[in-house]
Design a protein around this ligand. Structure first.
Ligand SMILES: [Zn+2]
Length: 450
């Protein structure tokens, strides 16, 4: 099944494949609190079998699996991050085979978690197991496998703080996404952060007749619109005082990377519509996606939205807003600034913080990061795309800020991975790519000093 010319990589991929068939039936769904102990037990067993010493850390939330194998004298240590929890499989009717019965067809294993994240994590484990079996692993390796990634990793930072000495390493490596949308391998050096808030305004004790009381009653829906309008200019610029104070411009090396990233105009048109994509015909969207913070209205709720007319003054109005943040913005400081700004506009406004994840960045100039890039090039036979930032948010700051170590993301998933959707898959090719990259990264770091 696996065709890679290097027998170590072929055997590593076979190990990952076999382990994935065993792992998919363990339906650890964090959103529903299902089988999380089983998931942790399963992955702890897999890591023990690979030749590491594994343990399970219980605490608040789902258990965390930790495993380690010390470095040979003077060699660096690599920390792998992954998660054993999966998304709920719904809608069940849209699956062509049962989500928790791994099924091989069209050159891929289908099942919930096949790509996100079990298949990619097990590509790492398969490679480590094979290198240990061949007595070719010089670097130290550690695994941090959590069970709450799919619900926003609410406890992983606290776990990392509590076990910082055990987790210390020279580099963190995560594989938890598809490769670039043109199929190219990609190395990513950071992520945007997230601040999610809810804004609320209340008026009269109950909805009122807009004739009998219109003109004398409080108008929370209008007040909400005014408050929201004060957050952002028409061109997208955020108007909260101090918001841009610590925003870092990309370094020259990062600008070069951004300029080299291909833009798939068809994909943009499919996603944004003709009019939305037109804005990005002459300018690459990558800089805005990685280095500009953004303020989005995720939802607005007030009053009557049913069929026909209803003359009513709503008594409440609320909105959910998310900010994507960039280095060096701190979500808690941004929350204070936004809340103060909104209270200046309207002292009656209620502002609640629903989620806060700091942005994260690792310098591409870091020598270990350079080794990873070179190893991925060697493993895939292609120049990987270098992407300074992911537009989305992962708990990457746990490594760069809490543990203070450089961190890179090297995704292996296929472009049609269907993560979070029915018919999730991990292709045979992607398993082999993951095994090859892991083996080569370990070999490259094995040449270096700790
Ligand atoms: Zn996911």
């Amino acid at each position: 099944m696996f065709k890679h010319p290097d027998p170590t990589i072929r055997a590593a991929a076979q190990r990952a494949f076999d382990a994935l068939l065993d792992a998919i039936p363990v339906s650890s769904i964090s959103a529903q609190g299902l089988n999380l102990d089983e998931g942790a037990q399963h992955f702890s067993g897999v890591l023990e079998k690979a030749g590491l010493r594994a343990e399970i850390w219980d605490g608040e939330g789902a258990p965390t699996v930790f495993a380690e194998r010390p470095a040979a004298d003077g060699r660096p240590t690599l920390l792998f991050y992954g998660h054993y929890d999966v998304q709920p499989p719904d809608p069940l009717d849209d699956w062509d085979s049962p989500p928790f019965e791994p099924t091989l067809r069209d050159g891929a294993i289908f099942g919930r978690g096949a790509g996100d994240n079990k298949g990619q994590l097990l590509a790492h484990v398969g490679a480590i197991a094979e290198l240990i079996a061949r007595d070719e692993l010089d670097i130290g390796v550690k695994f941090l496998v959590e069970g709450e990634e799919e619900i926003g990793s609410p406890h992983v930072a606290a776990v990392a703080e509590a076990h910082a000495d055990r987790l210390h390493a020279d580099l963190a490596l995560t594989a938890d996404a598809p490769v670039h949308d043109d199929g190219s391998p990609v190395v990513i050096f950071g992520v945007r952060g997230l601040l999610f808030i809810e804004v609320e305004l209340a008026g009269a004790p109950a909805d009122l007749h807009s004739g009998n009381r219109g003109g004398i009653a409080p108008t929370p829906a209008w007040e909400l619109v005014h408050a929201l309008a004060s957050l952002r200019a028409a061109d997208g610029r955020v108007l909260v005082p101090g918001f841009y104070d610590v925003v870092r411009d990309p370094e020259p090396a990062e600008i070069q990377m951004l300029d080299r990233l291909p833009v798939n105009q068809q994909q943009l048109t499919d996603d944004l519509g003709e009019a939305g994509a037109a804005r990005w015909q002459d300018e690459s969207p990558w800089r805005a996606l990685g280095f500009k913070p953004n303020c989005n209205i995720a939802g607005i709720t007030s009053g009557y939205q049913g069929t026909g007319a209803k003359t009513v003054i709503p008594s409440r109005a609320s909105a959910k807003i998310d900010f994507r943040l960039v280095a060096d913005q701190d979500p808690d400081a941004v929350f204070e600034a936004v809340a103060n700004h909104l209270r200046d506009i309207n002292p009656n406004v209620g502002v609640r913080k629903l989620a806060a994840v700091p942005p994260s960045a690792t310098s591409p100039e870091n020598p270990r990061v350079q080794s990873v890039i070179e190893a991925v090039r060697h493993a895939t036979g292609r120049d990987p795309l270098l992407r300074p930032r992911l537009g989305g948010t992962t708990p990457d700051y746990v490594f760069t800020q809490v543990l203070g170590i450089p961190s890179v993301l090297v995704p292996y998933g296929p472009t049609n991975m269907n993560h979070h959707a029915p018919n999730e898959r991990m292709t045979i090719e992607a398993i082999e790519r993951g095994a090859a990259c892991t083996v080569e990264i370990c070999r490259a770091l094995g040449q270096e000093e700790a």
